[in-house]
Design a protein around this ligand. Sequence first.
Ligand code: BTN
Length: 261
Amino acid sequence: MFTEKDVVSADNITNKLGNDFIGKRVEVYPQLASTNEIAKVAASNRVPEGMVIVAEEQTAGKGRLDRYWISPKGCVSLSIILYPDIKLLPSLIMVASVAMIHTIKKVTGLKASIKWPNDILINGKKVGGILIEGTIQHINVGYAVVGVGLNVNFNISDYPEISEIATTLSDEMGKPVSLLDIIRTLLIEFEKLYKSALDGDMVYREWHDNMDTIGKKVSAKSGNIIYEGIVDDVTKDGNLIIKTSAGETVNFIAGDVILLK
Ligand code: BTN
């Protein structure tokens, strides 16, 4: 069972973390509407880069495309504040996704994969997601907030609205998983990958190689347009390349993708 040492507190997260900047400063709240909202306010006040906002539960967790993100106690809900060079922007989703895959593997031994653009899956079911928000001033990034949500210790069957399509680490393991281990490992992996994102394409390669969507038949929706086809590849800019049944090649930048049978 878990002890005092496993409590998710700022001290327990930062203690001997060994990072240079990610998670040097951490704030943990028992409940927030959304960690991203608090992180955006903090970022606009120029708090130190790498500061992390953690909530034990969120009452208005935000997903992509204005969706509600269910984040009860037992979830990891956190936001990392960054002031990256604009060149790094496309890599942020790759860094966060690969950091989540590494963390899940290291802490639980489970193999997770990525569904473009931001879903983390185990056995085809969503276990986590990433929401990046930020500002751009002229040609510079004002700030970027990387929001990470991971279903760790709760029963997905308590949430019938998502139980067919989502899972949790404890459901997959058949036992609870240390939230503290997950958070600390995630921050360590995130810093390592973020630092490496500037030199070379190692993060892109790992993101690409863990991408579940390549080779799959999908329906991709951008605004009112729907494309159906086979996913050919993902680019270094983070885009999805789809070959439609009409033989057209579509470079898909943002939107929603459904895997077809
Ligand atoms: C998605 O899959 O649509 C993205 C989900 C992102 C959820 C995280 S939880 C921490 C952070 N705060 C939020 O309100 N959302 C992100």
